[in-house]
Design a protein around this ligand. Sequence first.
Ligand code: PLP
Length: 360
Amino acid sequence: MMEPRQQQRPQDFDKVLSSMCTEPHPLAQEVAVECLAMNPGDPATYQTVAELETEAITRLGEVAGIADPYGYIASGGTEANIQAIHAARNRASGEHLSGQPNVVAPESVHFSVNKAAEMLGVDLRVVPVDSDYRADLDAVRAAVDTDTVAVIGVAGSTEYGRVDPIPALTDIAHDGGAHMHVDASWGGFVLPFTDYAWSFADAPIDSMAIDPHKFGRAPIPAGGLLARNQATVDALAVETPYLETTSQATLTGTRSGAGVAGTVAVMEELWRAGYHQQYHTQMNNATFLAEQLTNRGIKVATPTLPLVTAAVQSTTIEALQAKGWRLARTTGGDLRIVCMPHVSRASLEAFLDDLDYVRS
Ligand code: PLP
């Protein structure tokens, strides 16, 4: 067999502490390769993968706590967020709107929502977070008006791994006649194992972004858009004259059969004991790292999900990056480490050794 060229070799994950993606589960990888040529965007032609997609959505509904979910496997959290806002805007137009439609979201919201607002002609009203980086309910309430088409809450925020008060946000959205969307793109596969007492079942949210290609360990691209009602998906549908099916609700046309099949394979394998174990391992790693940083006199935001942020000087971060560590920072400049499934205790210990070295 021919040796792969250097740039074709997969990158080593040992020093990757910045990513919200991870190594796919070996089973998911195997199945994904077999399904590379299957296109769920053309479901009447590619019926096997279409059936797998239905199964993937049902399984994602189980994770999120909804018995009869609608939706599809998207390219990622970005597409799922765009489409949720797209659906909310389409459903509201012609109803209660008197001016430009708006979406209300906490400042912790992922930048994909800025993309959505710009593309969809929606005014994005960003409101402050509280001292624990969670949506400030009074600020959200004050920002919602008759032109609000959606309120967004984040369940596992990108920068601090925080979970917004989803049930209270849902009440505010619904009182204002707006759609409630939860961005659980990163946190979706973690939340079922935490103490947060909400899900689709007890907080009647309208849609959710939940990405198998993050904590779910599916191959990229596999994002999830879940909706409580068929009407949300219908609001996205366009006619598809040349396909065997008559309409399509997705943003992209041709989609990844590998992502769909990989999602089903890994969920069949890991839900729920495997994901539970994964959560515990990474939450323990996050707690360990937070303690170790605190012991070194570094100010740390106590992790609530497996994500640690700490006030580390930028020169230190740069020195660590030069030693090969892949590290991210928050908008405010804090070091941000995501304990994804590939992050081992040994890797964190090696990181701490290097941290001590560059600070000495
Ligand atoms: N939403 C959240 C909370 C995220 O953390 C991310 C990415 O990290 C996204 C959305 C975007 O997801 P993707 O990069 O898969 O489009």
